[in-house]
Ligand binder design. Structure first.
Ligand code: BTN
Length: 264
């Protein structure tokens, strides 16, 4: 057996052991390398894979981020995508991302011991650095008001090499935030353990309270990056659907997608 294969086998065994606590995960596809775990999970979802199918890769050659960006994915990070079949309408689709953000923040906090904040809508920050990004992609159904599937992708920077040199001021890794080692398999399991519990409350979105408490934007001055031109505003609230409400020159504006920056 080659060293790479042996390493993979050991990590597979560790992951299966850790996932015993995460009843939500029904089956796992583990890959050494792929282009994007979201792409693989979408293919599995289209061919009928059940909710709870998890794809995990050691590295990605074409990791996808939000807004058409790419997600740097060398070895040393966690790259995983889950097949979901939520019974929520497309207008509530943001709730999957917000649910995942709370689960990822809790999981990261449990392994790192550091307070994890959420930057609307899908980023987890520790000590002013982004350590995790989330990308949910829906496959719409022609027959139903519900999506056929949602693929939920989560990328977490764990080891130093998962942070690109040119982004060191913005992006961080868990290894730099903690004193002890971070076991990737343990973190994967914790995220899905937390997610499983929260996902049951998706339709009532009770976890939005915690999402708001963890928000690093609320009551701060932000810059909204808009197609018609960037503008300054104050982040006032996040509603039950996960929309960000900002106030610009006395007028409230509700944002359902897009990008907001804040000085940290
Ligand atoms: C973002 O920060 O804009 C979202 C990043 C999401 C990255 C994860 S890594 C696993 C999954 N596969 C992908 O190609 N993207 C997501």
């Amino acid at each position: 057996m080659t060293t790479e294969k042996k390493k993979m086998q050991e990590s597979e065994n560790r992951l299966q052991l850790c996932l015993r606590n995460s009843a939500f995960v029904r089956n796992t596809v583990e890959l050494t390398e792929t282009d994007s775990t979201n792409r693989v999970a979408k293919e599995l979802a289209r061919s009928g894979a059940p909710e709870g199918t998890l794809v995990v890769a050691e590295r990605q050659s074409d990791g996808k981020g939000r807004l058409g960006r790419s997600f740097f994915s060398p070895e040393g990070g966690i790259y995983m995508s889950m097949v979901l079949r939520p019974r929520i309408s497309a207008e509530n689709a943001l709730l999957v991302t917000t649910c995942a953000a709370v689960a990822a923040a809790r999981g990261i906090e449990r392994v790192s011991g550091c307070t994890a904040g959420i930057k609307w809508v899908n980023d987890i920050f520790i000590k002013g650095r982004k350590v995790c990004g989330i990308l949910a992609e829906a496959g719409l159904s022609a027959e139903s008001e519900y999506p056929d599937y949602v693929v939920l992708g989560i990328g977490i920077n764990v080891k130093k090499q998962s942070v690109p040199e040119e982004l060191k001021n913005i992006v961080g890794c868990l290894e730099d935030m903690t004193t002890g080692p971070v076991l990737k398999e343990e973190l994967i399991s914790m995220v899905w353990e937390e997610f499983g519990g929260l996902y049951e409350t998706l339709s009532t979105a009770v976890y939005m309270e915690e999402y708001k408490e963890r928000s690093i934007l609320l009551n701060r001055e932000v810059t909204v990056l808009a197609a018609e031109g960037d503008y300054r505003a104050v982040a006032k609230d996040i509603d039950k659907k996960g929309h960000l409400i900002v106030e610009r020159e006395g007028t409230e504006i509700t944002l359902s997608s897009g990008e907001v920056s804040v000085r940290l």
